[in-house]
Design a protein around this ligand. Sequence first.
Ligand SMILES: CC(C)(COP(=O)(O)OP(=O)(O)OC[C@H]1O[C@@H](n2cnc3c(N)ncnc32)[C@H](O)[C@@H]1OP(=O)(O)O)[C@@H](O)C(=O)NCCC(=O)NCCS
Length: 158
Amino acid sequence: MEHSVASTYTESSEFILPGDLNGLGYLFGGKLVSWIDKVGAISAIRHVRGTVVTVSIDNLIFKKPVTNGSVLTIRAAVNRAFRHSMEVGVVAETLAPGAETPVHVCTAYLTFVALDKQGKPMDIPTVIPETDEEKRRFDQALIRRNHRLTLAEQLGKK
Ligand SMILES: CC(C)(COP(=O)(O)OP(=O)(O)OC[C@H]1O[C@@H](n2cnc3c(N)ncnc32)[C@H](O)[C@@H]1OP(=O)(O)O)[C@@H](O)C(=O)NCCC(=O)NCCS
């Protein structure tokens, strides 16, 4: 079975309120990570049409702070599927009050594993990249996967 990258596309927006901020008046990073994990998981669920768990979040970069009253938009899609796991790419951008154009604030790569009814990793459909951008992400996902698995092995975590 195979699905298009487009069929995994997921987008969600949040209105940033005072309760979301840290002591500096910027969006608390842990809150953003929680939203990223959720939107990424929905993308993975759309791909496997079943249960997934997050196994890793890496290359998470907070590029710019997010301020009170902004509209934060998080987008996710499956970059590449492997045997039991898939890499989901997530980007977040923010539109500050009165701003004309959104600003890219965060990128992250999440790996989700699909689980069967017994809670064991299960085979998943392949994902078909169609656009040039999807093909670039598909190719780069393999490089990132090799890095994360090699690192886990070298550190004796696998
Ligand atoms: C996800 C989990 C079931 C994997 O178990 P496991 O014994 O490592 O299973 P496997 O060795 O068969 O690996 C399963 C998949 O995870 C991938 N994986 C394992 N460790 C990984 C790591 N550090 N980084 C990226 N992928 C990893 C494997 O490559 C494999 O995918 P593949 O078949 O596509 O190559 C287990 O680690 C787990 O339950 N983790 C907790 C998940 C969780 O609670 N998340 C937070 C809440 S959702």
